[in-house]
Design a protein around this ligand. Structure first.
Ligand code: ADP
Length: 273
């Protein structure tokens, strides 16, 4: 009965959220969070009501990248009020509940082995609670910044049967193609027909002075990987040093750089999603 009640509460909360889009990656550090933040902002700049939930519990970075790290979540009888970011974006993240940036989220368990077994369940329980307890209000799209790694995909699929789909972020290196192939194969299995597509991050270097695209990785992109797995290819986002600086400053890059090569790429991605 308790499980049914939980499911009903989650469904009720999300009945005002029109689309839920998960952002995943085969491995960490490929720019999944940076892509989530800028894609969400690009959608918000186009007039959509957007929310972002940081589900990358062990490496939360959304609050910082959106400039809301100092927000303390307010609890109301109806639930927890999310932080408000640029363009009215609503954001919730585990690190808003942590006292400082040095404190990790610990899954305490008697042994390492149990900690590992518990990790998946605990992570997903936390995510479910954050989804259910946040007062999202009416949203056109809620983006979930999901933890990296294919091993999480089955749990994620089980948690959100009503998720519209997932976007897979990768970088155009051979090493990443291997892991993204694995991840996409699994994603197709556990989320049938719900892989929205593959995005290449850091595809070329956007030269700020000449506004041309220079090569960065030897591989041109992941178009062929996407094609061979019958997954839509959503295009590439260049590496732009201003994007990394903006993320560190806590201001989404696209807000100020929509006209640059990387900015335009995010706007196009928002159209494609
Ligand atoms: P992940 O979420 O995959 O672990 P992040 O989004 O945290 O990766 O990105 C890792 C670092 O690379 C961050 O400092 C981020 O600002 C930077 N970064 C990501 N994508 C780009 C890009 N296209 N251009 C410049 N810097 C980027």
């Amino acid at each position: 009965a308790q499980v049914q009640q939980q499911a009903a509460r989650l469904q009720d909360r999300l009945s005002h959220v029109h689309h839920i889009v998960g952002v995943v990656s085969g491995k960490g550090g490929v720019g999944k969070s940076a892509v989530t933040v800028n894609l969400a902002t690009a959608c918000a700049m186009q007039g959509l009501r957007v929310g972002v939930l940081d589900v990358d519990i062990n490496g939360p970075s959304i609050a910082k990248m959106l400039g809301v790290r100092a927000y303390t979540p307010k609890v109301t009888p109806n639930g927890v009020l999310p932080a408000e970011g640029p363009c009215g974006m609503r954001a919730m993240s585990m690190d808003l509940f942590l006292p400082d940036d040095a404190t990790p989220v610990l899954w305490s368990a008697p042994t390492q082995q149990e900690a590992y077994v518990w990790r998946g369940t605990m992570e997903m329980t936390t995510v479910r609670e954050m989804l259910t307890d946040t007062v999202w209000g009416e949203l056109d799209c809620l983006f979930l910044d999901l933890p990296p790694g294919p091993d999480r995909l089955p749990n994620i699929a089980g948690l959100l049967p009503f998720m519209a789909g997932v976007i897979m972020v990768t970088i155009p290196s051979q090493v990443s193609q291997l892991i993204v192939t694995k991840s996409l194969t699994l994603a197709k299995e556990v989320l049938p027909n719900r892989v929205i597509g593959l995005v290449d991050n850091m595809q070329g270097y956007a030269c700020a002075d000449c506004q041309t695209l220079r090569p960065l990785f030897p591989e041109a992109g992941s178009g062929e990987t996407a094609q061979s797995l019958h997954v839509p290819y959503l295009g590439g986002i260049p590496f732009d040093p201003a994007l990394a600086q903006a993320a560190d400053r806590g201001r989404p890059f696209v807000l100020d750089y929509a006209g640059t090569l990387a900015g335009k790429a995010f706007m196009q991605l928002a159209d494609a999603v």
